[in-house]
Design a protein around this ligand. Structure first.
Ligand SMILES: Cc1ncc(COP(=O)(O)O)c(C=O)c1O
Length: 427
């Protein structure tokens, strides 16, 4: 007996295609080169390839590198790319021109800003983060604690968690910096950025936001919230490509006093004086490190062209429609197998992903079976299947199709095939 067909549900595929027909962002899907037959729900891990990227990168390689050679540092504006592209990311995060610069990896950029942030509160000896934060953030902070602590006595770390302690529990006049990720990588839970920032400032601490799962997924207003520093990646919802550079935001009011973790030549006031002493550049430029990865920067540049025409409120509306549709289909069609929605149902607390716990079924194996059938999400140990809904290229029909395939996998129990249990190095 088919369990799925015995469960009543009010939404059908035609409802979804009607939503697509009325979707003002539907045309953006054509700007991406998605393989035929694939439902791509992993843009929260690696964004899809924009159609314009290959030609743009090819042109940069052939003309700027091949023909322009070293002259391109000036003629093609290579040296200014990190700040020029930073200015294009700024409107996506509520930042002003001159406040954002490209970095290296998100991890390296967090080191840059966490050191700068802690140095703004030298008399305070505590760093706060979250147990469920993306682990690299915690690893980076360990080093910051050691480096800025006293010999043998690192800065103290306090971690908040869903089951306590809360932020209010750990904040005090000894806290220098709070580092939190706006949208949680595992659960998709979103903080109230303005409210948390207010709470942190009330305690006199500096607020650093990790926006990896927010930028290009939800509207962010850093200046509106009066936050201090932020970092994020560009390879997820911004579709900059594998390994595309991170970005750093430093509120204008902190820039003159900020002393980043790595003081290097591209952040120097006069790099081509080749002086023996470091002198920080003005503004957010001082957070730069060394030679930017210009081919990755070129790929990001092509993807940013797409964003100039995107209304972020419309993007958020569609994102919520997609995640709500997914949640209601999971509720109506998958409850029989004990599949549970982990992501908050309250829309204000949800980013653009939904995570599921699969009940009795092995979530890793279920995800591999999904991927084999062209529905691509991912798995985070120990038991979460993650589905990212990138509003620029995911359709409502995709959501229907993904759940349909999930029903089939659970119904047939094909996931029990041993080949779906074999783990690759990357999940
Ligand atoms: C919230 C968060 N921070 C940091 C990172 C790691 O970034 P990177 O590999 O660019 O250093 C990730 C990666 O997915 C992430 O989700």
């Amino acid at each position: 007996m088919s369990i799925a067909t015995s469960i009543p549900h009010v939404i059908d595929r035609a409802t979804c295609t009607a939503l697509d027909a009325a979707d003002p962002l539907a045309g953006h899907r054509d700007l991406f080169d998605l393989p035929e037959g694939v439902v791509y729900l992993d843009g929260n891990s690696l964004g899809a390839l924009p159609r314009a990227t290959a030609a743009h990168v090819q042109r940069v390689i052939a003309e700027e590198w091949g023909t322009g050679l070293i002259r391109s540092w000036n003629d093609a504006g290579w040296f200014e790319k990190p700040t020029a592209l930073g200015d294009r990311i700024a409107p996506l995060i509520g930042a002003a021109a001159g406040e954002v610069v490209l970095g290296d990896s998100t991890s390296a950029s967090l080191f840059q800003v966490a050191v700068a942030a802690a140095r703004l509160r030298p008399e305070r000896r505590v760093v706060v983060s979250e147990r469920g934060n993306f682990p690299t953030d915690l690893y980076v902070l360990e080093s910051v604690q050691e480096l800025l602590g006293d010999p043998g006595r690192p800065l103290e770390r306090r971690l908040i968690a869903d089951d306590g302690p809360t932020l209010a529990d750990v904040l005090g006049d000894d806290v220098a910096v709070v580092v939190l990720t706006h949208v949680n990588y595992r659960t998709g839970r979103m903080y109230d950025l303005a409210e948390v920032t207010r709470q942190v400032h009330e305690a006199g601490a500096i607020m650093v936001w990790d926006l990896c799962h927010s930028v290009g997924a939800v509207p962010v207003d850093l200046n509106g919230a009066g936050a201090d520093f932020a970092i994020g990646c560009t390879y997820k919802y911004l579709n900059g490509g594998p390994g595309s550079p991170s970005f750093i935001w430093a509120a204008a009011r902190h820039q003159a006093a900020a002393r980043p973790g790595v003081t290097a030549w591209h952040g120097h006031a006069r790099p081509f004086d080749f002086d023996v002493a470091y002198a920080p550049a003005d503004g957010v430029t001082r957070f730069r490190v060394g030679t930017p990865q210009l081919l990755s920067v070129a790929a990001l540049e092509a993807s940013l062209d797409i964003w100039s025409g995107v209304d972020l409120e419309q993007l958020r509306e569609k994102s919520l429609r997609l995640t709500e549709l997914f949640i209601s289909l999971v509720d109506s069609r998958l409850a029989a197998w004990g599949v549970e929605v982990v992501t908050p149902r309250q829309s204000a607390r949800r980013g653009s992903q939904v995570s599921l716990r699969t009940g009795e079924a092995d979530g890793y194996a279920v995800m591999q079976a999904l991927i084999e059938r062209g529905v691509i999400g991912d798995f985070r140990a120990p038991d979460l299947m993650r589905f990212g809904f990138t509003p620029l290229y995911v359709s409502h029909a995709d959501v229907w199709d993904a759940v349909d395939v999930l029903v089939e996998i659970l119904e047939t129990e094909v996931w029990r095939d041993p080949r779906f249990g074999r783990r690759g190095a990357v999940t």
